[in-house]
Design a protein around this ligand. Structure first.
Ligand code: OAD
Length: 247
C-alpha cells in the first residue's frame, strides 16, 4: 500500500525532487557511512576524511582512501539508480540532489544531478588547480605515493569531494535548496539524514509544502513527519514504484 501511495504522489508531481545518500549505492557494493556495516563504524571520519588530515599528510590520506576508491571506481549503477533516472525521464523528478560522490546517478542516465558533497571522480591539484580523472591518479599510486601533479609536480592532489572541515560547493547547495523550496514532492532515498546542511534539504521542501516519501533500510529522523515511509532496499522499492506508475 505504501509503495502504491508513493507511486501516486510521484505520478502527479510537477516538480518532484530526489535527495539520495550512500544507501542508494550500497547495492552497487559501495559501503555506507552509518547504519549496518557502515564505514564510520570502522574508521574515525575526522581522521581519514578531514582536510586537516589530508593537508598534514597526503600519503596517509591516499593510502587509506585507495582501497575505497578502487571499489567506487569499479562500481556500476544498480536498479535503484536506474529507477531514479526513469522517474526523471518520465517527468516525475526534475533533478536528483545527491550526497554521494560516486557518479553512479550520471552513469545510470540521470541528466540533472546536483552533487552537494562534490565528485570523487576528479582530482584537483591544490597548487596549480589542474584537474585530472581520479582513475588516472589511482593508476599511478603503485609507483607514486603521494601522487604528484602531472603539470606542476605538486604533492597536494585532492579528490574534488568535500572533506570534513571544508566548505560545501556553493552553487550546488544553492541549486539544491532552490529546488527544495519549489518541490511539490520530495523523495528521500538511502540517507541517514544525519549530516547538515544536506539533511535540511528535505526539511525545507516539507516546510514549503512538498509531500514526502522516504525509502531507507533503517528509520530516519524525518520518518515521523513524512507522508510515506518505506523501510526497504532502494534497488527493490524504486523499481516497484516505477513499474506501478508505468502500469
Ligand atoms: P549514511 O551512511 O549516513 O546513511 C545511509 C543510509 O542508507 C542508512 O540509514 C542505511 O540504513 C541506509 N541503507 C543502507 N543500504 C540501503 C539500501 N540498499 N537501500 C536503502 N537504504 C539503505 O549515508 P549518508 O546519509 O549519505 O559526507 O551520509 C551523509 C554524509 O555522511 C555523506 O555524504 C558523507 C558522510 O560523512 C561527506 O563525505 C561530506
Amino acid at each position: 500500500m505504501t509503495v502504491k501511495r508513493a507511486a501516486e504522489l510521484l505520478s502527479t508531481a510537477g516538480s518532484g525532487l530526489a535527495l539520495t545518500g550512500a544507501g542508494v549505492s550500497a547495492e552497487s557494493g559501495i559501503p555506507t557511512f552509518r547504519g549496518e556495516g557502515g564505514l564510520w563504524t570502522k574508521y574515525d571520519p575526522v581522521k581519514v576524511a578531514s582536510i586537516d588530515y589530508f593537508m598534514a599528510d597526503p600519503s596517509a590520506y591516499w593510502t587509506s582512501s585507495r582501497e575505497r576508491a578502487r571499489v567506487a571506481l569499479a562500481a556500476r549503477p544498480n536498479p535503484g539508480h536506474r529507477a531514479l533516472a526513469a522517474l526523471e525521464a518520465a517527468g516525475h523528478l526534475v533533478a536528483v540532489v545527491t550526497q554521494n560522490t560516486d557518479g553512479l546517478h550520471q552513469d545510470a542516465g540521470t541528466r540533472r544531478v546536483i552533487e552537494v558533497h562534490g565528485s570523487g571522480r576528479t582530482v584537483q591539484c591544490l597548487d596549480c588547480d589542474n584537474r585530472e580523472p581520479r582513475s588516472a591518479v589511482q593508476a599511478r599510486l603503485d609507483s607514486e605515493m603521494p601522487p604528484r601533479c602531472a603539470v606542476c609536480g605538486g604533492t597536494f592532489l585532492k579528490p574534488t569531494v568535500v572533506l570534513f572541515g571544508e566548505a560545501m560547493p556553493q552553487a550546488a547547495v544553492g541549486d539544491a535548496f532552490a529546488l527544495a523550496r519549489a518541490a511539490d514532492v520530495i523523495l528521500i532515498v538511502g540517507s541517514s539524514l544525519a549530516v547538515y546542511p544536506a539533511a535540511d534539504i528535505p526539511v525545507v521542501a516539507i516546510r514549503s509544502g512538498a509531500r514526502s516519501i522516504i525509502v531507507n533500510a533503517e528509520p530516519t529522523p524525518l520518518d515521523p513527519v513524512a507522508d510515506v515511509v518505506i523501510h526497504g532496499r532502494a534497488g527493490d522499492v524504486l523499481p516497484e514504484i516505477v513499474e506501478l506508475i508505468g502500469g
